[in-house]
Design a protein around this ligand. Structure first.
Ligand code: C2E
Ligand code: CA
Ligand code: CA
Ligand code: CA
Length: 275
């Protein structure tokens, strides 16, 4: 320990140490996630707000490590982005998501407009071969490309806007849906809209939570919906927990929603029963 930290470590040492040890354990455990079969997808229904019809789902990743137990995605996904493990994990998500989607599709359980949304990290989007990987899987599955939607956050294109534009454009051109996740939480979101080929905006839960409490946040939600529609995008609100939030969103013209009001993320078996 460098001398200048001695005082700090003296006082906070054990906590700091434990955090570091825990991080190292997590990094090591992460290597086992894909080969050890420790990952699972859960599915959260997406609802058409006007008709309350089930028109899609978002696949969300869960990790139960043999060595460190269950770890929340908020914790292990940033770590996997740091270590690069997100590439193998992201491929697994694409494979597994499309495999389940194909099962439901082949069983004739899906409405024509049903789409499965898969989260893609910015590291994946920036990786050469990402677009080819998605399109190859779609082609192999035989599914209509519009059944699949890719959710990316703004951090995916601040790095290289031109490149992101080209990649997302290639997905859109092939008929795959592209959604901007956590919309409104990043920088200068609106300027991206005119240059990015996206089909959907996803309003972050933090704005939905303030509906009915914070008049400015409500105005922001209203503005996002109006602008999205001007650009020909549909709008999804995440984290809808109350009928009051649903009512406001519906009145503002929000197209789709997901949240605990309708259903938490559920296992694949449970989701299949909802179809
Ligand atoms: P996200 O993409 O913004 O996903 C929405 C999160 O909100 C999910 O948390 C979901 O379980 C939670 N949620 C849904 N409805 C409600 C609600 O009504 N109330 C509240 N309080 N929460 C709700 P989760 O599953 O813990 O995922 C956290 C984040 O981890 C996701 O945020 C996403 O950024 C990331 N993530 C999850 N799966 C994947 C994945 O397969 N790949 C990548 N790259 N990231 C993923
Ligand atoms: Ca998402
Ligand atoms: Ca979010
Ligand atoms: Ca506010």
């Amino acid at each position: 320990i460098p001398a200048r930290f001695a005082g700090v470590v003296g006082r906070y040492g054990p906590g700091l140490d434990e955090a570091l040890v825990r991080r190292r354990q997590l990094r090591q455990a992460l290597k086992q996630a894909v080969p050890g079969g420790e990952l699972a997808l859960v599915f959260q229904p997406k609802i058409d707000l006007a008709s309350r019809r089930l028109i899609g789902a978002e696949a969300l990743l869960r990790w139960h490590s043999a060595s460190v137990g269950a770890v929340r995605p908020d914790l292990f996904i940033p770590l996997a982005e740091e270590t690069g493990d997100i590439l193998a994990i992201g491929d697994w998500v694409l494979d597994e998501g499309i495999r389940h989607l194909r099962g439901w599709h082949d069983a004739g359980r899906l409405a024509d407009d049903f789409a499965l949304a898969l989260n893609v990290s910015s590291r994946q989007l920036q990786h050469d071969g990402f677009v080819e990987g998605v399109l190859r899987r779609v082609a192999e599955s035989g599914l209509p490309p519009a059944r699949i939607k890719i959710e990316v956050t703004e951090s995916g294109f601040i790095h290289d806007l031109k490149e992101a534009q080209a990649r997302l454009g290639a997905l859109r051109a092939a008929g795959v849906g592209v959604s901007i996740d956590d919309f409104g939480t990043g920088y200068s979101s609106l300027s991206y809209l005119k240059s990015l080929p996206v089909s959907e905006l996803k309003i972050d839960r933090s704005f939905v939570r303030e509906i009915g409490h914070d008049a400015d946040d409500q105005k922001l939600v209203e503005t996002i919906i109006v602008i999205a529609h001007l650009f020909g995008c549909s709008v999804v609100a995440e984290g809808i927990e109350t009928e009051a939030q649903l009512e406001v969103l519906r009145r503002l013209g929000c197209d789709e929603g997901q949240g605990y009001l309708f259903s938490p993320p559920v296992s694949v078996d449970e989701f299949a029963r909802m179809l």
